[in-house]
Design a binder for this molecule. Structure first.
Ligand code: ZN
Length: 209
């Protein structure tokens, strides 16, 4: 079982700015270790401390480049350039993803767990992961990066989900599919759906960050 439960949309910790890490010590290393375990369990590509309820400026990631999981402490994006559209999902907004436009290239600085300064240029996929995680540290969720039409759509889904949560249908599919609050029995996936969301907004393989 994962060491942490991942906080989801509606949890106030996701809207708060995380605080600078003052000291890179064993406690921080342990937090990072547990975050990595939680990320792999999810499974996800990146995870920021606020997503597990910890208001610290640290995130973990594994972009699948063979380097394994890495940790960035007090990261900041100091330069960004270009424009790139990419289908993005979030572990804190489960089951949904959207094509989102953000800068293509970023320069990121921060620290690793050994206290070494990190200064890297990344592009496209890796740059996207970093921007998403730094957003989490600033209390910004991907729904705030949507264009107005996408955002309206997202809010409709998330509101329906919140209503259904209260009535015992955590995926919110009752309201979405039936419009009358009809609930699926025992959480079985509706026909034609993988699970957990309307198929036109769900892209298998969109990285969950
Ligand atoms: Zn996220």
């Amino acid at each position: 079982m994962a060491p942490f439960a991942i906080r989801t949309y509606g949890d106030p910790v996701l809207r708060q700015r995380a605080l600078e890490v003052e000291e890179i010590d064993g406690r921080l290393a342990q937090l990072a270790e547990q975050m990595i375990e939680t990320m792999y369990e999810a499974p996800g590509v990146g995870l920021a401390a606020p997503q597990v309820g910890v208001r610290k400026r640290v995130f973990v990631f594994d972009t699948g480049d063979g380097e394994g999981a890495r940790v960035l402490v007090n990261p900041s994006i100091t330069e960004s350039d270009g424009e790139w559209t990419f289908e993005e999902g979030c572990l804190s907004v489960p089951g949904l993803s959207w094509p989102i436009v953000r800068p293509r290239d970023v320069h990121l600085t921060g620290w690793d767990l050994d206290g070494n300064e990190v200064s890297i240029d990344v592009t496209e996929y890796e740059a996207r992961v970093f921007q998403h995680e730094v957003d989490h540290l600033d209390g910004v969720l991907l729904v705030e990066r949507l264009d107005p039409d996408q955002r309206k759509d997202a809010m409709r889904i998330l509101r329906a989900r919140a209503l259904d949560l209260r009535s015992g249908d955590p995926d919110g599919l009752g309201l979405l599919l039936g419009g009358d609050g009809a609930h699926r029995p025992d959480g079985a996936a509706a026909p034609g759906q993988a699970s957990g969301g309307p198929s036109d907004r769900r892209v298998e393989g969109a990285p969950r960050l």
